[in-house]
Design a protein around this ligand. Structure first.
Ligand code: SF4
Length: 336
């Protein structure tokens, strides 16, 4: 083997050791059927050529308006949806096409916290059973041991042990989300994908649940993909942030770089819309024209060009690639 390929292999294996998850050119398309024979006449390009990585122990925030593909990306990574193309490497393994027992085994290590704690838990099931179910399915532990583990998890998420015998419908939204978090931790996963975990909760309990997730991340050595549309929430939680628009990653940077010096015009517009904590400080808001185009028929060139105040001719023809323009700062825009 040549010295160059040896170095290349060393570089790849050290990045795999550092990264828990690597996504390469991931696409998730939904076919659109039409006509008398219900043939495929097009595709909804929900996720279109997404590439990023998540380092072990970090929280990567994924933001964007509703419909930008961030939840679809999360579900495709967990293999709840079938990827159309691209690669998902988890913990050094290619999991893009695995199925059956291999997929079942990998699911122990990747769990999801859902947006709606009212819809994601069976209201007629006892909380103890909800949390015990995944442990039982994977390990068939004896009842006493199982119960002890569930009691321990209730304690970790700040619920009393009495909750074990109660039903999910007896709890408030914040408490239900704690139950959902306990269930997601039951198999001691490495990665948690939290999809808008506080957006259905009262503002008064949002920060409690966010702080709980941060504490559990330390205690359980978790890596998070944190999906949300609220930039203040994502800033509170994340180490690095990726901004999605129409199925594409348009900017990715360390949290502070992204909030202080956003480069992509779309990120600049999102950040300009965050209210200032000090009302005396006037912020100039960048208003975007028009709506997000349909992902069935995305614009040619840069997907953001119909709304971009800085668009020029090149933007209507050539799609910009996500590239590193400064250390730890990637952007997909012809301006850079
Ligand atoms: Fe705007 Fe052009 Fe940059 Fe797209 S590539 S964000 S249209 S300036």
């Amino acid at each position: 083997m040549s010295t160059v390929s040896l170095h290349e292999n060393e570089r790849k294996s050290s990045s795999q050791a550092e990264n828990l998850l690597e996504i390469q050119n991931l696409k998730t398309y939904y076919p659109v059927k039409g006509g008398f024979f219900k043939r495929t006449i097009g595709n909804v390009k929900a996720v279109d050529n997404l590439s990023f990585e998540i380092r072990r122990g970090e929280t990567l925030g994924l933001v964007g308006e509703s419909g930008c593909g961030k939840s679809t990306a999360g579900r495709t990574i967990l293999r709840l949806l079938k990827p159309t193309d691209g690669k998902i490497l988890f913990d050094g393994k290619d999991i893009t096409k695995i199925s059956g027992k291999s997929l079942r085994d990998i699911r122990k290590d990747m769990q999801m916290v859902f947006q709606d704690p009212y819809a994601s838990l069976n209201p007629m099931q006892m909380v103890g059973d909800i949390i015990a179910e995944p442990i039982y399915n994977f390990s068939k532990k004896a009842n006493a041991e199982l119960k002890k583990e569930v009691m321990d998890l209730l304690d970790k998420v700040g619920l009393s042990q009495d909750a074990y015998y109660q039903y999910a419908h007896e709890f408030s939204g914040g408490q239900r989300q704690r139950i959902g978090i306990a269930r997601s931790l039951a198999l001691r996963p490495k990665l948690i994908i939290a999809d808008e975990p506080v957006s259905a909760l009262d503002v008064s309990v949002q920060s409690q649940v966010l702080n709980l997730l941060k504490d559990l991340q330390q205690e359980f050595e978790l890596t998070f993909l944190f999906i949300a549309h609220d930039l203040s929430v994502v800033k509170h939680m994340s180490d690095r942030i990726g901004v999605m628009y129409l199925g594409n990653m348009v900017e990715m940077a360390d949290k502070n770089l992204l909030y202080v010096k956003p480069l992509h015009p779309y990120t600049q517009a999102l950040i300009s819309a965050i209210p200032s904590p000090d009302p005396r400080l006037k912020k100039e808001r960048m208003i975007l024209r028009g709506d997000v185009p349909s992902p069935i028929n995305p614009p040619a060139g840069c997907p953001f060009h119909p709304r971009c105040p800085m668009a020029r001719e090149e933007c209507t023809k050539t799609k910009p690639l996500l590239k590193e323009v400064k250390p730890s700062h990637r952007v997909a825009c012809h301006l850079y």
